[in-house]
Write a protein that binds this ligand. Structure first.
Ligand SMILES: O=C(O)CCC(=O)C(=O)O
Length: 237
């Protein structure tokens, strides 16, 4: 992909990668990075000291750029190996002219996942993800409807669609796919592709394929609007 001139609008390059079969708006860019870049990024992730990792049930993570919270993120400088990608993705207009300033690194072993959730108001309403090491299947769900109380609103009933997120790809979620619908990853060892996987035409995979999972590392790249700079706290300009 070539970079665009005006980072305030989504680039024409990116428009080509809209997943038209899904509600607005999903961009899926296969092979966004090369194998060499993937290897380099994985090396950098695993080079981080042990205390950088936070172990959760079902995954572990690293926070880069600061810890977002409702009062504002105490911003830390991103390392160069991440800056290269936050700047590149921001230049496509993914954050409406702003530059991404936060990266969450998630590591999922086969059998691990993340519960359905929305990313919420701490972030500019766009999430961009580079995947390393393995594919995953990202599932989307309708929110619980407050007015329909008679029918049990199970996860199964609220399930809407899935995306095959391949290693080295870039995924961008905006609009309703960010704000309204929940996303999650089942903790399974393999994925069997169904007709509910909406981006198959850009993956080379087919309905019925069984894809065993390996360890996946995702770089979740976002913009946190409310930041407190460390030097302000120290009274420096
Ligand atoms: O690993 C992913 O692709 C999803 C991560 C995610 O949803 C999150 O960290 O909130």
């Amino acid at each position: 992909m070539t970079t665009m001139a005006n980072p305030c609008n989504i680039s024409a390059d990116l428009e080509k990668h809209i997943v038209k079969e899904a509600p607005p708006t999903i961009y899926y860019v296969p092979n966004f990075i090369t194998e060499a870049e993937e290897e380099h990024l994985l090396q950098q992730v695993y080079r981080a000291p042990k205390p950088k990792w936070t172990q959760l049930s079902g995954r572990r993570l690293q926070n880069w750029g600061g810890l977002p919270n409702p009062k504002g993120m105490l911003a830390e400088k991103l390392p160069d190996w991440l800056l290269k990608y936050t700047e590149k993705i921001s230049a496509f207009g993914a954050f409406a002219g702003k530059t991404a300033n936060h990266v969450l690194v998630n590591e999922y072993k086969p059998g691990e996942g993340i519960m359905p959730h929305v990313d919420g108001p701490l972030y500019h309403p766009t999430v961009t993800t580079i995947s390393l090491g393995s594919h995953t299947l990202l599932d989307f769900y309708k929110p619980v409807c407050q007015t329909q109380s008679e029918i049990p609103q199970t996860e199964e009933r609220r399930y809407m669609l899935s995306l095959l997120v391949q290693r080295r790809s870039l995924l961008i979620l905006q609009d309703d796919m960010y704000k309204l619908y929940l996303h999650g990853i089942q903790g399974v060892y393999e994925d069997i592709l169904s007709e509910h996987v909406m981006n198959l035409s850009s993956t080379g995979a087919q309905v019925g394929d069984t894809l065993p999972r390996s360890t996946r590392v995702s770089l979740t790249i976002r913009h946190v609007p409310k930041v407190i700079r460390a030097n302000l706290l120290l009274g420096k300009k």
